[in-house]
Design a protein around this ligand. Structure first.
Ligand SMILES: Nc1nc2c(ncn2[C@@H]2O[C@H](COP(=O)(O)OP(=O)(O)OP(=O)(O)O)[C@@H](O)[C@H]2O)c(=O)[nH]1
Length: 439
C-alpha cells in the first residue's frame, strides 16, 4: 500500500514537472507559431527594406546585451553572443552558394560550433554576471567564431574540404542541409537542454532549448532566403522576453512564496479605484515555529500559508507584504462581502495539518524508520493559525496607505482578542472561532 502511495506521489511529481516544463515553453511555442507569418511577411518587402531589416538581429542582440548587463543575466548574455556571432558570420561570409567549397566548409564548422556552445551555456549555473565570470566564458565563444571568420577571410577553408570527415559531408536527412555530425550535436544540445529544463525549470532554460531547436531548423533549411534573419530574430525576441520576464519576477514576485510582493501590491492599489477592501494577514506566534523547529520549517509554514490563501481566497488577490505578513485585496467588494471570504481563508489554514519534518531526519529511509520505531509515535503535525484585519476603502481614506494602516489596526485588535480570528474595521465579525492559536 505504502509502495503504491510512493509510486503515486512519484507520478504526481512527474506530472507536475511536465506541466511546469510545458508552461515554460508556451512563449516559445507562441513565437514558433508566429515565425512562419513573419517569414511570409518578409517575402513581400522590397529589397531596400529587406536590407534594412537585415540589421534587426544585431539591433535585438544589442538591446538584449544591454538588458542582460543591467539585470545580471549571465547565461542569456552568452546565448545572445552565440546567436549574434553566428548571424554576423553567416551575413558576412555565407551569402553565396554552398556549392563553393569554402562556403561548405564554413557552413559545416558553424553547424557544429553553435550547438556545442549551446550545450556549454545550458550547463552553466545562473549566478548573475560579474567581470570574472564573463572573462572566463566569453572568450570561448568569441574564439570559436573568430577562428571560423579568420579562416574564411584568409581563404583557407577551400583547402580543408578534402579533409572533412564523411559525417560532415553526408546529410542526416534527404533534402535537409544538416550533416550527420551536426544533427548529432544538435540532438545532444536538445537532450541536454530538455533535461536541464525539466529539472531546473527556468524560463532561461526554455529559451536556450528553443534557440537550439530554432537554429537546427535554420541550418536544415539554409537554402531558403532570409531564413537566418527569421530564425535569429525570433530566438533573440524570445531571449528579450525572457530577460524582461525575469527582471519583472525579480522586482515583483516574492521568491519564497512565489506570491506577488509589496511592490506589486502598491501597483494594484494605485489602480484599484475607490471600491475595494484590503485585509492584512499575520501568522500567529510565527516566531515560535522558527525558534522551535528552525528557520527552514518557518519557511515551510510561510509557503503553506501562501498556497492555502491562494486556494481559499476566492475573488481576492494575495500578496506577501513582508516577513510573516500577507495582504488580500478584494477589488470591487465591501467589507461585508469580503469578511466571510477572509474567514474561510482563516479556517482553511487553521484546518490544515502542517506536517513538520524532523530536522535531523536521516537521509536513508530504512534508518529513518528504525529511528521512528525506537522513539515511538510523535506528534508531527502542527496547527498554524492566522489573524486578519480588514478595512474597506471609504471617502475618509486619502490614499491606500491609510487603508493599510486601518486594516493593520483591525489586525492588532484580532491579535489582542486572542488571535485566529478576523476583525473588520466597519463590520461586525461573523462569529468567534472555536480554536485558538497554539504553536
Ligand atoms: N523562517 C522565516 N522567518 C521569518 C521570515 N521573515 C520574518 N521572519 C521571522 O518572523 C518572526 C516574526 O515574529 P513576531 O513579529 O515576533 O511575531 P509572532 O511570533 O508571529 O507573534 P504574533 O504576531 O504576536 O502572533 C521573526 O522571528 C522573524 O525573524 C522568513 O522569510 N522566514
Amino acid at each position: 500500500m505504502l509502495g503504491c502511495w510512493h509510486r503515486f506521489r512519484g507520478f504526481g511529481l512527474l506530472q507536475y514537472n511536465l506541466l511546469k516544463t510545458l508552461k515554460l515553453l508556451l512563449p516559445a511555442l507562441a513565437l514558433a507559431l508566429l515565425s512562419p507569418l513573419f517569414y511570409g511577411w518578409l517575402q513581400e518587402f522590397d529589397y531596400a527594406l529587406l536590407k534594412l531589416l537585415g540589421h534587426l538581429p544585431t539591433l535585438l542582440a544589442v538591446i538584449s546585451l544591454l538588458l542582460c548587463i543591467s539585470f545580471n543575466q549571465g547565461r542569456l548574455l552568452l546565448a545572445t553572443v552565440n546567436l549574434l556571432l553566428l548571424y554576423l558570420v553567416i551575413q558576412h561570409q555565407l551569402q553565396s552558394s554552398l556549392n563553393i567549397p569554402s562556403n561548405f566548409v564554413l557552413f559545416s564548422l558553424l553547424s557544429l560550433l553553435f550547438p556545442a556552445l549551446q550545450i556549454l551555456i545550458s550547463f552553466l549555473p545562473e549566478r548573475g554576471l560579474s567581470m570574472r565570470w564573463l572573462a572566463r566564458r566569453l572568450p570561448i565563444i568569441v574564439a570559436g567564431y573568430l577562428f571560423c571568420w579568420l579562416a574564411a577571410v584568409n581563404n583557407l577553408l577551400s583547402d580543408w574540404i578534402s579533409s572533412l570527415p564523411v559525417g560532415l559531408i553526408q546529410l542526416a536527412f534527404e533534402n535537409w542541409l544538416i550533416s550527420q555530425w551536426a544533427a548529432f550535436v544538435f540532438l545532444l544540445a536538445g537532450l541536454a537542454g530538455s533535461l536541464i529544463l525539466y529539472f531546473r525549470g527556468t524560463l532561461a532554460d526554455a529559451a536556450l532549448l528553443t534557440a537550439s531547436l530554432g537554429c537546427a531548423i535554420m541550418i536544415s533549411l539554409f537554402n531558403l532566403p532570409y531564413i537566418s534573419l527569421t530564425a535569429v530574430s525570433v530566438c533573440l525576441l524570445l531571449i528579450l522576453f525572457t530577460i524582461l520576464f525575469n527582471s519583472y519576477s525579480m522586482a515583483f514576485i516574492d521568491e519564497l512564496t512565489q506570491l506577488p510582493g509589496r511592490r506589486a501590491l502598491e501597483n494594484t492599489l494605485s489602480s484599484a479605484g475607490r471600491r475595494y477592501t484590503l485585509a492584512m494577514v499575520d501568522v500567529d506566534h510565527f516566531k515560535k515555529f522558527n525558534d522551535t523547529y528552525g528557520h527552514d520549517v518557518g519557511d515551510q509554514v510561510l509557503r503553506m500559508v501562501a498556497s492555502q490563501m491562494k486556494k481559499a481566497a476566492k475573488g481576492a488577490s494575495v500578496y506577501r507584504y513582508g516577513g510573516e505578513e500577507f495582504t488580500l485585496v478584494f477589488r470591487g467588494m465591501d467589507e461585508a462581502t469580503a469578511l466571510p471570504i477572509a474567514d474561510k481563508v482563516r479556517q482553511a489554514i487553521a484546518d490544515y495539518p502542517m506536517r513538520i519534518r524532523d530536522k535531523d531526519r536521516p537521509d536513508d529511509e530504512k534508518q529513518g524508520r528504525k529511528k521512528r520505531k525506537k522513539r515511538g509515535p510523535t506528534k508531527d503535525t502542527e496547527q498554524v493559525c492566522i489573524s486578519i484585519g480588514l478595512c474597506q476603502k471609504t471617502d475618509q481614506h486619502k490614499d491606500s496607505q491609510m487603508v493599510i494602516k486601518q486594516a493593520d489596526e483591525a489586525l492588532y485588535m484580532a491579535k489582542q482578542q486572542g488571535r485566529n480570528r478576523c476583525i473588520a474595521s466597519h463590520t461586525k465579525s461573523p462569529r468567534k472561532p472555536k480554536v485558538t492559536a497554539t504553536a
